[in-house]
Design a protein around this ligand. Structure first.
Ligand code: FAD
Length: 494
């Protein structure tokens, strides 16, 4: 299918990248898979050719190009039948250094982003720990500020590029008692004293290294903090959308390449006097895979367009990641079957693909977590805000605190006989009247009725500027659960 999103320039770029990969990468892939390492000197060649930092500004050595050049880059590196090779630059450029570019100081950009774009450094992102993968908020690694330094203690695991990488964007708690608002991102050189690393043996992605990393009193300059202290979780939630989209682009391109590879084999291999591609049952299976790939590819391109426009597409990126990685696994299983016994032998690339795709539904947020995000948006009417708006939300924290104090005052006299929660986004207020005199807390517990409202609308309601019924009819107030409980609140607004 002729893609609607690519210009002639994009296609010329694709051709030149392909020629480069045919010369500098394809002949060596088997060797790198065997050695479980890609020589770092290769990335310098990528950098010299201008293949790195396509979406970063020229000021930092990038090319300042639209996102569809990045799409071409990710598609082509995903078609070489080595997930391990592809992930090294995916993690470096789109999953770790991207935080330095978006939120880091100029000094951090000069020190850590420029070398990445030149191909002189590779980087890692350190979220997962032995006790916290999906549950990011539960990380235990600590960075305690002492004068001009942070002292870091803790452990990360499953870190791509963690062994051979030059630095890690470390997700750590700077204020352990502050929950997600105590999480910060800090750049840590991976050869710092106090760091020890082990390479993990893994099922697939053999050309890349995945490490567990221990931090023991690692001293890092305070200026290595990315952005502001306590904002790390929100930066991460923003960055994860790109990470998931990159995963989706790679998954669909890899699936497409695998289908082509399998069809070539099916045309050559004969059984019962005819090529495999003449057996209807096999043809239909391939046609089905092709159909699913085509449809999902267009959806992924749509998500890329949203990315290109700077939109914060949480649901779309989650859907794309979920469906493309699940399809990649299904396709690997079914394509391997077409090869019969040869599919199980390393001489055929399908065996490696089969191993490599298994991580795709796990890394960067599992399929279950993707479904959870989609379900929250679909069923609970949850809205995810981009970090800039999160910052505004935090700026309005003082307003929320003011409202909570006022509501606590007014709610004392209300006879509720039930429980009701105000949901102001990051903050909640629970009025629990189930045991007589209402108790008022900021706990985020289930209530018989939940009122979703923005702090500014709540302020307008309390001051009488906004009429409760009008607010309800215009959607400024949303009520979930028992409406009769909400009706008892008239007193609050009088
Ligand atoms: C090869 C490889 C490379 C990786 N690279 C990196 C990296 O570079 N940086 C990094 O930080 N991490 C990396 N990871 C870690 C990866 O992101 C995590 O493995 C992943 O997020 C899942 O976390 P977990 O392994 O702790 O599983 P858990 O969170 O323990 O989940 C176990 C199972 O429970 C399910 N589950 C958990 N919570 C829920 C829920 N609320 N509802 C339903 N089901 C749930 C999960 O879907 C999963 O099936 C990598 C992992 C691998 C294997």
């Amino acid at each position: 299918m002729q893609a609607y999103y690519f210009t002639e320039e994009h296609e010329l770029f694709r051709q030149s990248l392909r020629r480069f990969l045919e010369k500098e990468v394809l002949p060596f892939i088997d060797q790198w898979e065997e050695q479980q390492e890609v020589p770092k000197s290769l990335w310098k060649k990528f950098g010299d050719q201008g293949f790195l930092g396509l979406h970063y500004p020229e000021k930092y050595g990038g090319a300042g190009l639209d996102f569809f050049y990045t799409v071409v880059f990710c598609e082509e590196i995903s078609k070489v039948f080595s997930g391990g090779f592809g992930v090294i630059q995916s993690v470096t450029q789109y999953m770790s250094s991207t935080y330095i570019y978006k939120y880091g100081s100029e000094a951090l950009k000069q020190k850590y982003l420029l070398p990445v774009i030149k191909g002189e450094m590779i980087s890692a992102i350190g979220i997962s720990e032995p006790g916290a993968g999906s549950d990011v908020a539960n990380i235990q690694t600590r960075a305690i500020r002492k004068g001009d330094f942070y002292i870091i203690n803790g452990q990360k695991t499953f870190i791509s590029n963690g062994y051979l990488g030059d630095y890690i964007v470390l997700v750590t708690k700077t204020q352990p008692e502050a929950g997600i608002e105590g999480i910060s991102l800090i750049v840590v050189d991976l050869n710092s004293p106090g760091i020890t690393k082990n390479k993990l043996k893994k099922l697939g992605w053999h050309a890349s290294d995945t490490a567990e990393i221990f931090f023991e009193n690692v001293q890092v300059p305070a200026e290595n903090l990315i952005g502001e202290e306590g904002k790390g979780f929100f930066y991460l939630m923003d960055g994860l959308q790109l990470e998931r989209l990159i995963g989706a682009i790679g998954s669909i391109a890899g699936t497409e390449a695998l289908i082509e590879y399998t069809l070539r084999y099916m045309a050559e291999r004969h059984a019962f006097g005819r090529p495999l591609n003449k057996f209807q049952v096999l043809r239909h299976r391939m046609a089905q895979l092709h159909a699913e790939t085509e449809v999902l590819k267009e959806y992924v391109y749509y998500c890329c367009r949203l990315q290109n426009e700077g939109r914060y597409a949480v649901k779309e990126c989650s859907i794309a990641k979920l469906l493309t990685t699940e399809l990649a696994n299904k396709a690997a299983y079914e394509c391997l079957q077409m090869f019969g016994g040869y599919g199980y032998i390393e001489d055929y690339k399908v065996a490696r693909v089969y191993r490599d795709v298994r991580i795709l539904t796990i890394g960067g947020g599992t399929s279950e977590i993707m479904r959870e995000i989609i379900a929250k948006m679909l069923i609970d009417d949850k809205h995810y805000l981009p970090p800039t708006q999160q910052a505004q939300t935090q700026d309005s924290d003082s307003l929320v605190q003011e409202l909570i104090t006022l509501l606590k005052e007014r709610a004392r006299g209300v006879n509720l006989d039930s429980s009701l929660k105000f949901d102001f986004g990051a903050h909640k207020l629970l009025i629990d009247g189930t045991a007589g005199t209402p108790t008022i807390s900021e706990e985020d517990k289930e209530a018989a009725c939940t009122i979703l409202i923005s702090p500014s609308d709540m302020k307008a309601l309390l001051s009488g500027e906004l009429n409760p019924m009008n607010a309800f009819l215009s959607g400024k107030i949303k009520v979930q659960g028992d409406m009769s409980v909400a009706m008892k609140l008239q007193k609050l607004f009088s």
